[in-house]
Design a binder for this molecule. Structure first.
Ligand code: 5AD
Ligand code: SF4
Length: 474
């Protein structure tokens, strides 16, 4: 084997070519491991957190398959990768808890390797803790150098001890590396990375770095390739898609990008995530209204309905501005579903502030809302503000959750008896005689069918509304 590695050409300078070079090299090491084990080595990639992380994991899997790993779901594998999230502390605690389990597997399988990557690894205190208390971890890398995964894999085979490579930030976007999609018919597409907003509770700008937009041509080419490969629905991903393109050499707006994407033949549905209310333009509302492909769904994080708290959160809009925006959107696009994120228990929040949030929920009538208890993140401005006692947070949280459930139920029920176009995603996990799909407005529908329907858009009668989902028939 070392012969073939010695015979490899020089390391190319171009970053994409460089990573393909390391994939070839890693492949030789994996083949060697396979010969030793008498089977293909297995790998399990476990993803925590948001859609961005899910997409990053698809990139990891793309490389792992190419170098010869068999991808499995079971964590009792030869190689386990945790792609971590750190937006709230419970995500971190989950990782620490499960690392103990992995250590148990590793004691029984001396060839096993463990890697950690993603947002949590961008926190210096986390790295210290892992070095000190979780010495059995083999590889740690962050969000900015994930494109280097093939190179790090090679380091994992060649170096002794824990391999650690964390970058503080990057302006690099590396195109055209392998990706292995989880679904054949739908895909996430990064259109931008990072965030410049610095909401005072949020750790994302510290772990994902500054805003960088991908070149529109690269995005369009990627989507065209996906469509040629059978994809009908795409989800454009960015922490704040409404500020897409502002920093490009030839600036372009998000709405203009959407107009270009709309023209791609064969593409049926366009989704995007996430929109910051302060940057949502009239141009975008217009493009959504005119579009045949952009889904009737807008995720518009509110965070709080109290102008005082919004100000302390550095959200840069007031309660009234948010309400006016929601009303404008509803007027222009009546069949749209609006969903949101809400944080309860932000420093300084009183029950009066919670009532303001509840007022917004009732007025906007969300189809769904993700409600989070505020989590103190070290290094963010809100961490040094006076925290709200736990019992008050709990009370506010329960009240918000109840309101969300009540309004969502009513909202979702408004389609009862109608016929909707549903993109079938999978056979239902708990009842194999049903399939599960999504309406354009993102509502889930379960109905009798089989796996041949997966990836198809079919017409379904919405018979029974069950809170956040429907039961129906084709
Ligand atoms: N505590 C609780 N929720 C948070 N979010 C972001 N940071 C925190 C935090 N420190 C929520 C916001 C954001 C969503 C992705 O996570 O609501 O929109
Ligand atoms: Fe965090 Fe605010 Fe950026 Fe969203 S917009 S990622 S909440 S800083």
């Amino acid at each position: 084997m070392s012969n073939s590695i010695e015979n490899m050409a020089q390391i190319p300078e171009d970053e994409t070519a460089r990573q393909f070079y390391f994939m070839d090299k890693a492949k030789i090491y994996v083949e060697e491991l396979a010969a030793k084990l008498g089977r293909k080595p297995t790998c399990c990639v476990n993803t925590f957190g948001c859609q961005m992380n899910a997409r990053d994991s698809e990139k990891l899997v793309g490389i792992l398959e190419r170098v010869g790993y068999e991808i499995i779901e079971d964590e009792n594998a030869d190689f386990v990768i945790y792609n971590t999230c750190t937006v709230r502390d419970n995500a971190n605690q989950k990782v620490y808890g499960r690392l103990g389990v992995l250590n148990g597997y590793k004691r029984k399988n001396p060839d096993m390797k463990i890697a950690l990557c993603g947002c949590m690894m961008q926190e210096p205190t986390v790295i210290e803790k892992i070095k000190n208390s979780y010495g059995f971890v083999d590889l740690i890398f962050g969000t900015h150098n994930i494109f280097k995964f093939a190179e790090l894999l090679v380091a994992l085979f060649e170096q002794k001890g824990m391999v650690i490579d964390i970058w503080e930030d990057t302006d690099k976007i590396v195109e055209d590396l392998p990706v292995e999609r989880k679904y054949s018919f739908k895909s996430g597409i990064n259109i931008m990375f990072g965030c410049n907003n610095f909401c005072s509770y949020c750790i994302v700008p510290y772990v994902r770095g500054r805003e960088r937009s991908r070149n529109p041509k690269d995005i369009i080419t990627e989507i065209e390739r996906l469509v040629a490969d059978g994809v009908v629905e795409i989800m454009l991903l960015g922490q704040n898609v409404n500020s897409y393109g502002k920093n490009l050499e030839e600036p372009i707006t998000f709405a203009e990008l959407l107009r270009e994407i709309e023209k791609i033949e064969g593409l049926e549905r366009i989704r995007f995530m996430t929109s910051h209310p302060k940057d949502l333009s009239d141009e975008l509302i217009q493009v959504m209204k005119e579009s045949k492909k952009i889904c009737r769904h807008l995720h518009l994080p509110l965070q709080s309905g109290s102008t005082k708290i919004l100000n302390a959160m550095n959200r840069r809009y007031t309660k009234e501005q948010y309400l006016a925006l929601a009303e404008k959107i509803r007027k222009k696009i009546p069949d749209i579903a609006i969903t949101t994120d809400i944080i309860v228990g932000f420093p300084g929040e009183t029950m009066e502030d919670v009532e303001e949030t509840i007022d917004v929920i009732k007025k906007v009538k969300y189809d769904n809302a993700f409600t989070f208890i505020y989590s103190k993140r070290t290094g963010t401005p809100a961490a040094s503000m006076e925290q709200v006692p736990e019992d008050i947070v709990r009370k506010g949280f329960d009240k918000v959750l109840k309101t969300v459930q009540d309004t969502a139920k009513e909202q979702v029920a408004r389609y009862q008896g109608q016929i909707a176009e549903v993109l079938v995603e999978e056979v239902n996990g708990s009842d194999r005689s049903l399939v599960t799909g999504r309406m354009s407005n993102n509502t889930l529908v379960h109905f009798p069918g089989n796996e041949n329907l997966i990836g198809k858009i079919v017409k379904v009668t919405l018979d029974e509304c069950h809170g956040f989902y429907y039961l129906g028939h084709m």
